[in-house]
Design a protein around this ligand. Sequence first.
Ligand code: SAM
Length: 405
Amino acid sequence: MPDSSSIEARIAKLAADLDSLSVDVAHDEASRKRLMGVVMATKAKVESPIETIWGLIMSPHAPASLMVLIRAGVLAALVAAGKPQTSKALAASTGASEALLIRLMRPLVALGVFRETALHTYAATPISQTLMAPPLLGGYQFMFDLATRALANLPRYLEKTGFAHVDGAPGPFQDCNHTQDGLFAYLEKDPAMMANFNAFMAGSIANRPDWFTTFDVQGIVLAGAKTDAEAVLLVDVAGGQGHDIAAFQHAFPAAPGKLVLQELPAVLDSIPVAALAAQIERQKIDFFEAQPVQGARAYYLRYIFHDWPDAACVHIMTHIAAAMERGYSKLIIFEWILPETDVPLYPALLDVNMMALLNGRERTEEQWSGLLGQAGLQVVRFHKAGADAEGLIEAELADQEMVRP
Ligand SMILES: C[S@@+](CC[C@H](N)C(=O)[O-])C[C@H]1O[C@@H](n2cnc3c(N)ncnc32)[C@H](O)[C@@H]1O
């Protein structure tokens, strides 16, 4: 057994190496991710099972504390101040109890969300400053209020169903909110939370790259696209407030054909007129009804199918298939393609999130092929960007006769 002084010396050397490495990888995303993977894998080996279990049990407490400070206006007040604030001053400016603030600040200071600069005096950190960005602030509130509530209810709900697979409404979300509504109908009745959700979707989630910077858009969409005035190049089906198609238009200003953003009426109505370039046509739709654009080069859907159980996905896909031109139109899906084994933590967690919130799911290649097949479509190619990233599923009308809705 190595003596403890040599172990101490090795730990000190490792700490120093990690410290300098963390600075060196700060601007090299691939190396930074690799280092994070190594650190997490090492943590899992070094941590005792009891520490791991206790970490899981205690993990909701910090997000709840932070949510209170967001709602009470403390986060915004601290970030806006740009300098340390006492608990007394924060309590006076927000109306929250000073004793409450002091208690909730403790775990967040321990996690580095805020900094304690003196007794009961706090300052923002890069974490709290970053959290003020609308996509993150909206996303945090949406996820905490709706997803976390549905997730907390998941065990009780599943116990009631005899642990049946979640495959449609009513599911955990309906059960904990005592509603028949799905998430999107629910959001329509809560405009403030819908604004949080739309801001969340509009931001590039966790700095994920756009599909057109990762995949071969030239080969998949642009090459062979029709150039006549009426031709539609790309339909962003359920594209939120248009952030994705706007970025596409910005990246390919000379691409031939029209760009169409389709969404539910309430979402389209929430987009200011000047927010999107005039070249982007807006169209109100319900994707459970007939697809109004016939024969587009590409029907693009990002983060749509994981929101829905299989039967609903086939329904949506069947309507798109009915509008596609054989040998020309493509269905392009930008979502996770789960590996069969060793699924990375983030998409594995997202799958559980989809179950609790939307009765939806993430899918493997085999599951994607099965769904598309039921809608009269076939996979041309699964384009992958690594196990820890979303992939692009390129599909076309299947060789056999198309299924009509
Ligand atoms: C998870 S968001 C994805 C939005 C966007 N594609 C993105 O990646 O940011 C799902 C979107 O589906 C839209 N949606 C839900 N039900 C719909 C329906 N029946 N018809 C059309 N859009 C719908 C929602 O309004 C929401 O913007």
